[in-house]
Ligand binder design. Sequence first.
Ligand code: UD1
Length: 423
Amino acid sequence: MDSILVKGNGPLNGAIPIAGAKNACLALMPATLLSEEPLTLTNAPRLSDIRTMTSLLQSLGAEVSSLQDGKVITMSSHGVLNPTADYDIVRKMRASNLVLGPLLARLGHAVVSLPGGCAIGARPMDIHIDALAALGAEIDLRDGYLHAKTQGGLTGAVHEMRFASVGATENFVMAATLAKGTSVLSNAAREPEIVDLVHCLRRMGAEIEGEGTPTITIQGVTALRGATHPVVTDRIELGTYMLAPAICGGEVECLGGRIDLLAAFCEKLDAAGISVTETERGLKVARRNGRVRAVDVVTEPFPGFPTDLQAQMMALLCTAEGTSVLEERIFENRFMHAPELMRMGARIEVHGGHATVTGVERLRGAPVMATDLRASVSLILAGLAAEGETVVSRVYHLDRGYERVEEKLSACGAKIERIKGGA
Ligand code: UD1
């Protein structure tokens, strides 16, 4: 297993290109199952999660090829599809559950293993099941698999989700594109990745309104056509790299960055003393004079502060002036990075869903372990600002969601390298 060696260093300066969004791409790829015609995605990120989704779709009978060094993905599901998503692939990544809605809509039945994914909470499937059941699916859980079927296809319906789940919204919307009649989803998730999925589905001929609002209306059609769609910018990768100059000092331009993707996060950066300016190419981020100030953060569904940036924000607040409280409202058990940051000298107390961080002048490098995808990058950020060397082990988590981290950060002057086959 590889590890990453980070040496504390001074300010970072330069430009970092932001990739297409992992979470958007993982929802867009299963959309190929809805159509017999080819779907092409451009601006795709080069990540192990995308390779996992590729294997899953291939196991279902789709043809998937990656072009231009992985930046373009072409898919075709014209042949006979296999309705079973096996545990061996699904366990690697929770987003595998996004094939359930499309398979059900296209084939009228599907068998999908319950997923695994990051170890950040129980992550049940009840909201997905209720949403698809509203469209007429009958779903049972047997032997660790969800067995879903319909009597003569899905039928449009009005449904309100008990919580605005991102994945359940995506499954419902994809399934409803081919259902008979009109579907209305209320308390829908509003994340930019959902808006991106709807834009792609519309290019494929779906009739959908209301994306980005809590009510999405879908008029079912009999078939969807092929399309080419560019994947939206990864707002989580963007926020992560915006934190690099915030933590280390200097000025970094994040190419392709947009404030509307991260408004709540940008407000917190401003309150902490970090300036964010829009440029022609993206967003320029710099720390204002003096130490970062403590800020309180509550994670919420979009447009609130994203849970996927909580760990990285904590890394910033570890050296802020004053005490910050971070409240995690989306996932239980998402403070596993806190004990690792404490090994580097951070002062953090975790009580249930709250973490209280009292800033220290300086962190110290230490051997630490990545516990999940976002935690791993928070340790890299902390290591960049710490005195001495930090070795982050178990970086396979990192490779799920960040392409070429070492390259992107070292281009701005960071001392960071990958140690092949480390602990
Ligand atoms: C997506 C993102 C993930 C992000 C999360 C929240 C992808 C591939 N992943 O995950 O990076 O952290 O949104 O922004 O897009 N829940 C239930 N029952 C369900 C479904 C969810 O109780 O049927 C709970 C989950 O346990 C969690 C919360 O709802 O506590 C949010 O989950 P959800 O919005 O579904 O997240 P994902 O789509 O899995």
